[in-house]
Structure formats: C-alpha cells, structure tokens
Design a binder for this molecule. Structure first.
Ligand code: AMP
Ligand code: GLY
Length: 424
C-alpha cells in the first residue's frame, strides 16, 4: 500500500521509520518532510495546512492511508476534508481534536466527567481574570486556551507575575487568538509522564510510557521548549499508577468524548503528573508527542499499519499491542539559542555514522538539503535515540551517539534521563 505522512519533524521521521518497517507498505510520501525523512520517504512540497492540495495529491497518487503527525492540521480539520473525499486518514476529526485545540474545552470535559485534573477557572475577560488572581494561592498556572507551540503555559510564583502573565496572554496577545481565553489552574507537584494511546472512538490502548524534558537547560532551568529529550519507559509510572489511569483517566476520556458526540480516533497523548494525591491530567494532545514518538515507536513490535487500520475500523480492542522489553533514550541536538533566537543553515557532519548501527537512530527534526549536503533548519535539529537493555544502558548509548554528529552551534542538555538514577 501507499502511505502519506503529514508533517516535517522528528516525530514524523519516527513515524515514517515505523511505517517503513511494515511489510504492507510499498511506498511512503511525506509532506513536506525534511532531509532525514527523505531517506525513507519521498518528500512532497505541500505544506501541512494546505488540506485541499494534500487531498488532491492523495487522490492522484492513490494513497491508501494518510497519517497526520502534527497538531495544527488536526485541529484545523484535515481529517474532515480527507473523509469528505472518501480518503482514508488516521487522526481525530476537528470536533475531537479540540481536546488539544482548546484548554477550556478539555478542562470542562474533565470536570464534567470527573477525570482527575488540577482545579481551575477559565476566563475570556482580562479584568475578571486579574480580579480572580487576588484570591489565589501561589504559585499558580496560566494557560492560553489555544495552540501556542507548547509555550502558552506560564507558571507564576507571585501575584505580580500572574498579573503580568494575564497581560501577556490576553492583552498583548503574545500567542494571538490562542489567548482570547485562558485557564488559571492550581499548581501541582510531581513527576510527569506522557502516555500515548491508540484510540478507535470507543476503545483505547495505551502504549509504553515516556518522560519528556521540556525546559531548555540542565536541571530543568531555562525556558519551556517543544521537548529536549525523552526516555521510555518511565519507572515512576508503576503498575498502580497504570491501573489507576486505565480506570479513571483513559477509558473515561474515551467515553466522555463519545457522550459528547466527538468520538476520538487517532492518538490521544495524555500528559500526566503523579501527585501525592494520585495521577492527574495536565494536558491532552491529539497526536504523538515530539520527542516521545522517537523513544516509543522504535520499541513497538506490533505493525504500525495494522494498529492504525484497527483504530480507523473501530477494532483496536482486537489488537494486542506489544513493546520490546528494553528502554530507549532520545537526546535532542538543538541550535544554540533555541527556543529564542538561533542561526540556521549550518552544515551537519557525521550522519552516516548511524548507518547500519542496530539500536541507534538519528531522527531529523529541523534539517534540509543545501547543494547536496544536509544543513540545520530549525531550533530542534536532530533527535539522537538509542536503545539499551535498560534505561541506564540506553542513556549511555544515546550520550555516546551524540558525539557522532556535529554542527557549529550544536546544543544539548547533558542530563536527559537524570531521574533514572533516583529510581531505586
Ligand atoms: P502543558 O502544555 O499543559 O503540558 O504544560 C506545559 C508544562 O507546564 C507541563 O509539562 C508542566 O511541566 C507544566 N504544568 C502545566 N500545568 C501545570 C500544573 N497545573 N502544575 C504544575 N505544572 C504544570
Ligand atoms: N513533547 C511534548 C509534545 O509533543 O507536546
């Protein structure tokens, strides 16, 4: 069969890699893709938000399945456009992707259906939000309602910071219309876990867990980024936490979406925090995480096409999802200065070192071709992933492999997976 993947980051490279392992697949296209994805797929120069062009391309090439990696097209309704033309596509429709597209929607859903999450209030008026802040305990968390590249969450330690935050989000509109409404929520303390789940509208199957590192600098300092590295599985998400989430979070979320007439098909990414009061939902995303996909997918034994087909056909309950009994760590190599300002276009050397190295992967996040060579093209550039029999070995392998490649403004965190040492 022929598969089209929509997106251009490390997550899409990891998806393309998994798809390329499927014996069912004879040809992969990726729109728009990047220089690494070009190694496993034919890249097509159509942007992820050009739904009509993408659908026309899928018709023309006889694409059997389209897989959407990114949030913006899902929230914008790409699945609805494809389905209207009779095309098969993996991902939630617009009315279900809102679970990621609107924090107010997702918080209200959790409240209505008793799914554990931080206490909150929502506001569409800056004056009312500021008045409410006078009554709060600190720290407190402000969240822009809409998509903001993972940067619309402000953790405010004082009332003054929070008042400034309301101004930034709602009045200065730093994230545009995403800040028309905001959620103000209780600050929770605990370890974070990402659990990505395959959903078919009725049933939900969680994958192996992962932990991201969102801050730019070591020791979780610096600004929030899209994610600077991951490990999988996370030992803190123990059998008790898993059982709790299956009973009180995952299936209840599927049932809630169904009751609302918003059947969720695709990947539901549940961002959890393990508090002393039990696991709580921090956020939902309607797609694979980036760089969670880079550590979860290389460990998945089940054929990804079989799983995605089962989701679309409402039969994920019939599939036994299997993961390797090992671990993986991904360290992001970024352009120095990310997530603020950074230079692009730097030549990358050493990529061939990964050829034929079992258990080592270089997933491209932001790269492009320049006169036949590969150069940097984004804040996050490469996701260096390695597997190991356990987390300690996977981390050692990943930090060995980061030295195989170089570019002039290469930057990384040196403490990805540090939490592993605290789990004994
Ligand atoms: P989100 O995009 O909602 O996952 O938020 C981004 C990051 O902000 C999370 O990964 C957490 O590290 C942090 N965060 C979000 N909500 C809370 C909260 N209620 N309490 C503490 N930290 C939070
Ligand atoms: N790594 C977090 C995300 O993809 O949203």
């Amino acid at each position: 069969m022929k598969v089209l993947i929509v997106g251009s980051g490390g997550r899409e490279h990891a998806i393309a890699f998994s798809v390329s392992k499927s014996r069912k697949v004879e040809k992969i296209y990726c729109a728009p893709g990047n220089a690494g994805i070009a190694g496993v797929a034919e890249c097509v120069d159509i942007k992820a938000m050009e739904f009509e062009k993408l659908a026309d391309f899928a018709c023309e090439k006889g694409i059997d399945l389209t897989i959407v990696g990114m949030d913006d097209p899902l929230v914008g309704g790409i699945v609805d456009v494809f389905e209207a033309k009779g095309l098969r596509i993996f991902g939630p429709r617009k009315n279900a992707a809102i679970i990621e597209g609107s924090k107010v929607f997702s918080k209200d859903l959790m409240k209505k259906y008793n799914i554990p999450t931080a206490a909150y209030e929502s506001f569409d008026d800056a004056g009312a939000a500021k008045k409410y802040l006078m009554t709060c305990n600190y720290p407190i968390v402000l969240k822009a309602d809409g998509l903001a590249l993972g940067k619309g969450v402000l953790i405010c330690n004082t009332k003054d910071e929070a008042l400034e935050g309301v101004k930034t989000l709602m009045q200065d509109k730093q994230f545009g219309n995403a800040g028309n409404s905001i959620v103000i929520e209780e600050f929770l303390v605990g370890r974070e876990v990402s659990v990505l789940c395959y959903c078919d509208g009725t049933h939900i199957k969680p994958m192996t867990s992962a932990q991201d590192h969102k801050r730019a600098k070591d020791n979780d300092e610096g600004l929030n980024t899209g994610g600077m590295g991951t490990f999988s599985p996370t030992p803190f998400y123990d059998t008790e936490a898993q059982a709790f989430c299956e009973k009180y979070v995952f299936q209840p979320t599927m049932d809630a979406m169904k009751k609302e007439g918003r059947d969720f098909v695709g990947i539901l990414f549940v961002g959890l925090i393990l508090t002393s009061d039990g696991p709580k939902v921090l956020e939902y995303n309607a797609r694979f995480g980036d760089p969670e996909a880079q550590v979860v997918l290389p460990r998945m034994k089940t054929d990804i096409i079989t799983v995605m087909d089962a989701c679309i056909d409402g039969k994920i309950d019939e599939i036994e999802l299997e993961f390797e009994d090992n671990a993986a760590v991904c360290v992001i190599l970024a352009s120095d200065g990310y997530p603020e300002s950074y230079e692009k276009g730097k030549p990358i050397t050493g990529l061939e070192s990964f050829d034929g190295k079992e258990g080592y992967y270089v997933f491209h996040s932001g790269t492009r071709f320049d006169n036949g060579s590969i150069v940097t093209n984004g804040g996050r550039v490469l996701g260096i992933t390695a597997k190991g029999v356990n987390l300690v070995e996977a981390r050692k392998n990943a930090y060995e492999a980061v030295n195989w490649v170089d570019f002039s403004n290469k930057y990384m965190r040196n403490d990805i997976g540090k939490a592993i040492d605290e789990c004994k």
